[in-house]
Each structure stands twice: as C-alpha cells, then as structure tokens.
Design a binder for this molecule. Structure first.
Ligand SMILES: [Fe+2]
Length: 396
C-alpha cells in the first residue's frame, strides 16, 4: 500500500535557513562562490532594497537579471542563458515568486550545457526532452511568496505561447542547494496573492498526502505542513503583518514543494497544468478554484466504488478536514464548505470568470488526462468525473 514503504532516491536542498532577517545571509553565500553570481528577481525588486542591503554591499559580484510577467517563454530564457554565459556566471540566486525561482533554476541548469545544443531540446513535450549532460550551477533560492514550493523542487516551468502549454525542464541537480526562508520578504504580498499562493501550498500538501506515490518521508512533511497551514493560513488573511503566521506559511509552502518533489501530486495539478498553458491564468488561483471540486469527486468515488486503499484514504481526508475546520466531527463536506468560503472571501474566481467556457472543456479534459499529476490522483477519474469537476469549479 502507498505510504508503507520507503524506496528510491530523494531530493532536497542541502541547507535551509529560516528566520526573520535571514535574507542578509545571501550576500555571504554569493561571496563564497568562486565566480560571478546571476541575481534573478521580478520587476518589483526595488521595494525589497531596504531589507536586502547586502545586494548593494556586494553589487560588484552580481549580474542582475529581471524576470517579470510570470514564467519566461523560450526566447526570454534563451536571452537569459546567453547573457549568463557571456558574463561567465557560475552561480545563481533567485529572489521572488515561483516563476522567478524557476527561471533561476532553468538558467542554472542550462548555462553549463554544450553551447551547440539548442536549449529547447532539453524540454518535455515541445522539445526532445533530452537529459541535461552536465550538472546545474549552484542555486540559492529566496521565496517572496509562500506557496509554490519552487525552492524545493527539481523542475522549472516555462511557458510556450506557440504550443499553448507550460513545460518543464527537470534534473535532480536543479534543486537549489541553499534556501533562505525570511518571512519579512513575504509581508508585501497583497491579500489576493497571499490567498492564492497559500491555497497552492495547501493543495500541494493535500495532494502529496493522498497521492498514489505517498510514502513515509513525504507523509511526515505533509502532516506538519498541513498543521502549520491550518494554524496560520486564516491568520495571514486577517493579519497580513503577523510575522509568526507568515513564517508558518513560508515553511508550509517549502514543505509542500519538498513533498511534491518526492511524491508527486493529483488531479488539481493535473488540471492546473493545461489550464495554465491554455488560458494564462494564475496557477495558485486555478488550484484554489479546482480544489473543492476535486476533493468532492475523489471522496464520493471512494464511497461509491471499491478501492483497495479506501480505509487509509478516508482516514487521511478526515484528518485534513478536522485540522482545517477545527471540528472533531468534520468530514469532507465540512472541508469543502470551508474551502469554498475562503475562496469567496479571498476573491478566488470560479473558472467561468477566468474566461474558461464549456466549449473548451473537451480539450482541457483531454490534456488533463495525459498530465503526469493526474496519474497520481488517489482514485482514477473517468471522463464524466472530470467533466463534473469542471462543472463544480465553474459555478459562481
Ligand atoms: Fe501548485
């Protein structure tokens, strides 16, 4: 039964620092690297300047690179990689949300590869998916949002507008070797981003805790991550400046990345991947909109069809329902109600308001069925169940 055995290899960052004001330690890390460091940030980096005084102090050693507007497309990434190669970059720091950190990881993965090989060849789906020949450069990741867990994973997501998909570059050496979790960096998130990234972390923890590939290593991480999120997610929504709660959510997001890197996910992320590629909707918001619908369908299928792990999965879902709702008698219905209420309060849009309409469902379902995360969903969802999920997630 999944969850009982521990086989295979595991990936995780080598050194993780957590605490208020720890962002300053990035300067010392850059100084300890033998060559030039690429510093990748979003376009709103300036508002962090006061906190990140080290970046002024050590400015001479950095090649500044900006990635704004979500994940890069292939041309932008080619440009980043070419600049980094020309400058002789030997290490990378990524400070930002998931797409900035993924950009840093992609640059680190691609810079050392043979220059006569087109970088598109290393990508799944749109390229040949060939493995990286050389190990990635060392990466330090510092998230400024709490939710994607990109600082703990081995893949980098890139958008391809030509193919209307998001694709991944992945290699075990692309996991950042150094992670700094400074909750002060997350204080500037506006309420909607706090909600959508927090719900991405919660989705990742729930899916990793119930996926077919669940295992004792990720079980422990998920249990603790779920406790932290249940305790502090409502607090960060009500009190955005509460640093203890921000810290809990940063750790919950990190744990969610660590868990998904070592167990995979489920149907919410199976849908999120094609929806993100086709409609350019924010990942966290899509996950938040899909989660109650997927949980409802998974739960009803566990009751209606025989399943060899039915008892274990019901126990896990009941545990999750109880810790989030705070009710000893809670079951899935209460959890779904709690999530729907959070979505309404936080302005998470139903799919229809994101511009995703019924006539597009067949192609979404087709792509979702082929997504790797869908294969990890604890129950097998037939086409009509996927249709039902889209129906629920679209209802205003
Ligand atoms: Fe996610």
């Amino acid at each position: 039964m999944p969850g009982d055995t521990l086989n295979g290899s595991w990936v995780s960052p080598a050194e993780v620092t957590i605490g208020q004001g720890t962002a300053r330690e990035a300067g010392a890390w850059a100084e300890s690297q033998p060559g030039l460091t690429a510093l990748v940030t979003g376009s709103r980096f300036d508002h962090l300047a006061e906190i990140l005084e080290w970046s002024k102090e050590y400015q001479g050693q950095f090649l500044r690179m900006v990635q704004s507007g979500g994940e890069p497309d292939m041309d932008t990434l080619r440009n980043h990689v070419s600049r980094a190669r020309q400058a002789g970059v030997t290490s990378v720091i990524g400070i930002g949300g998931g797409s900035v950190i993924d950009t840093a990881k992609a640059i680190a993965g691609l810079v050392p590869q043979p220059e006569d090989q087109d970088i598109g060849d290393y990508f799944e789906i749109i390229g040949r998916g060939i493995p990286l020949r050389f190990r990635a450069l060392p990466v330090l990741a510092m998230p400024t949002t709490a939710g994607t867990g990109a600082e703990a994973t081995r893949n980098a997501v890139i958008g391809s507008s030509a193919h209307q998909v998001k694709v991944s570059l992945r290699h075990a050496s692309m996991v950042p070797s150094r992670v700094i979790l400074d909750p002060i960096l997350t204080l500037s998130m506006p309420p909607h981003l706090t909600a959508s990234t927090g719900l991405d972390a919660i989705t990742q923890l729930i899916e990793a805790f119930t996926t077919r590939r669940r295992n004792p290593f990720t079980d422990g991480i998920c249990r603790e991550g779920l406790h932290l999120a249940a305790r502090s997610f409502p607090v960060v929504l009500d009190q955005p400046h509460n640093l203890e709660a921000r810290s809990d959510m940063l750790i919950a997001g990190y744990f969610s990345g660590l868990a998904l890197a070592n167990s995979g996910l489920g149907a919410v992320h199976g849908f999120a991947s094609p929806l993100g590629g086709l409609f350019k909707v924010p990942h966290g918001e899509v996950c938040a909109a899909m989660l109650p619908a997927v949980l409802s369908c998974n739960w009803s299928q566990l009751y209606s069809l025989p399943h060899p792990e039915s008892g274990d999965l019901k126990t896990r879902y009941t545990f999750i329902s109880r810790i989030f709702t705070g009710r000893d008698d809670a079951s899935m219905g209460h959890l779904v109600g709690w999530l729907q209420s959070i979505n309404r309060q936080s302005g998470i849009r139903p799919l229809i308001q994101m511009g995703i309409h019924k006539e597009q469902w067949p192609s979404i379902i087709e792509k979702a069925m082929a997504a790797s995360s869908m294969k990890g969903n604890p129950v097998s969802l037939a086409r009509d169940s996927l249709h039902r999920i889209l129906e629920i997630a679209s209802a205003p």
